[in-house]
Design a protein around this ligand. Structure first.
Ligand code: FHN
Length: 471
């Protein structure tokens, strides 16, 4: 289901809508979701990213980018036969799990309790607006019946196209469907970098591997209508900057409204995730990992973070608390980023109850405070450990994580005045406009919550205020 449309892709959306005419109400609902979560902000100046120095004319689809940025919060899922062992996907191949054993796990991968609708309902209850599943991780297992390999879901006991079921569940429930795809592939005979694998590289042919990779990416686009291609595994020497720009152009030529992260190319700058040079490397957004990216309104970014300490399912996992996840979300959106929060489903196909409970807790907070998250931009006050801010139209949302504050003093540019202050889910709040300052008196007896959000109406468009530091 396409959430995004531009002139060129409108016809696709129209075609899609006519195919779905019997579900017209769903199309309306989904487009309404995109609309209400689409950023209300002016189109950013020429969004960076795109095809990189080889294809500078290839620009990111700004309507897609804005709609995705407005969604702010997504579910990441790392899942595959390795969940049978409870060790890390990809990385435990040849490490905790001997390669021969790892590569035969798929023969007994039978997630009988897998229910895509349940997964997507959990995402919705968490307040997540998009979903990214590992179509293929570094271990080379394809979680759909691919025409280009037998190492895929079709040759497991489960005999279901679980990826199609996820796509349809997303479409039914109005969640944007996306796929994570590993460029490197430690299983494929033609991939030329080995990881803890004694197989010689002689005879492997990257030209053949690239053809395989491009063909599988086309399957994800044409057969599964992915809206996000979340690449990973770009760091090894087998994959070049030229390859990255080529793959970006290949995808753009197939569909101009798919979002492609910066790990398609070589611009990923370590775990900080941003791109060294926006013009040089291909990719639509930066991907800080296991950390909150720095404040950046000029280049879209998304932090990917696990609920525990492993990407794939791990028995007896220590999970983050609701408070930590809510604070992580606040600081991320306060920096103008998205948060892609990862869960690792169990080998039987369920998301384990403790992870579901955690996500539900986050969803409860967003039910009250989502107005200060969805469709907003980060700032104007830079995030701190006690507060972060987002903005939309003439409103600033101040997310306060420190319940001990009795009075909050905010810097205000000359001539900018508050005209109303209230608390989301509550009443108006007393405040004073002073010389280049706004003083807010925090109400007593605030509800027990990871954070409360003050909605501050000012006398101009909030996104026009220059970012300001607060203490
Ligand atoms: O190696 C992968 C890892 O398994 C996981 O998929 C993360 C998620 O983005 N990315 C790589 C580590 O940077």
């Amino acid at each position: 289901m396409k959430f995004f449309f531009t002139e060129t892709s409108k016809s696709r959306v129209t075609r899609h809508a006519s195919r779905l005419s019997r579900h017209a109400s769903r199309v309306t609902i989904i487009l309404a979701i995109a609309a209400c979560s689409t950023l209300q902000q002016p189109v950013p100046k020429a969004p960076p990213g795109g095809g990189g120095e080889l294809n500078p004319q290839l620009r990111t689809n700004s309507a897609s980018l804005q709609a995705w940025q407005g969604m702010r919060f997504g579910m990441f899922v790392h899942w595959g036969p390795i969940s049978l062992k409870g060790t890390e996907i990809g990385w435990s191949r040849g490490r905790e799990v001997p390669i021969s054993e790892y590569d035969s796990l798929y023969l007994r991968f039978n997630p009988e309790l897998f229910n895509a609708d349940e997964w997507i309902s959990v995402a919705k209850e968490a307040g997540m607006k998009y979903f990214v599943i590992t179509s293929k991780h570094h271990d080379g297992f394809s979680i759909w019946p691919s025409k280009y390999t037998d190492y895929d879901i079709e040759n497991t006991p489960v005999k279901r196209d679980v990826l199609k079921e996820m796509e349809l569940a997303c479409e039914k429930q109005g969640i944007l469907f996306g796929t994570y795809h590993s460029i490197l592939d430690w299983h494929h005979p033609d991939y030329t970098t080995r990881y803890r694998d004694p197989r010689p590289v002689e005879g492997s042919d990257m030209k053949k591997y690239k053809e395989f990779l491009f063909n599988q990416v086309k399957e994800l686009i044409v057969d599964y209508h992915t809206n996000i291609l979340w690449f990973d595994g770009q760091w090894e020497a087998s994959w070049t900057h030229q390859d990255g720009m080529e793959l970006y152009k290949y995808i753009r030529d197939l569909r101009d409204d798919i979002l492609i992260n910066n790990r398609v190319d070589k611009g990923f700058k370590g775990m900080a995730g941003m791109t060294d040079s926006i013009a040089k490397y291909a990719g639509d957004y930066g991907t800080p990992e296991q950390q909150i990216g720095g404040f950046n309104r000029d280049y879209p970014w998304e932090s990917c973070i696990t609920v525990g300490d492993q990407w794939a399912w791990k028995n007896v996992e220590k999970l983050k608390s609701v408070k930590v996840v809510v604070e992580t979300l606040i600081k991320t959106v306060g920096g103008d980023g998205n948060l892609l929060l990862n869960v690792g489903p169990m080998p039987d196909g369920r998301i384990e109850p403790q992870q579901v409970d955690l996500l539900r807790g986050v969803g409860e907070w967003l039910k009250v405070n989502g107005e200060g998250v969805y469709g907003t931009r980060g700032g104007p006050f830079l995030p701190t450990d006690r507060m972060a801010s987002t903005c939309k139209e003439q409103f600033i949302y101040l997310h306060v994580m420190d319940p001990s504050l009795k009075e909050i003093v905010l810097p205000m540019p000359q001539g900018v005045k508050a005209t109303r202050v209230s608390i989301l889910g509550g009443k108006t709040v007393s405040y004073d406009n002073r010389e280049r300052q706004l003083v807010i008196r925090v109400p007593q007896n605030l509800p027990d919550s990871p954070a409360y959000v003050l909605k501050i109406r000012i006398n101009r468009k909030a996104v026009e205020l220059e970012p300001m530091e607060i203490k």
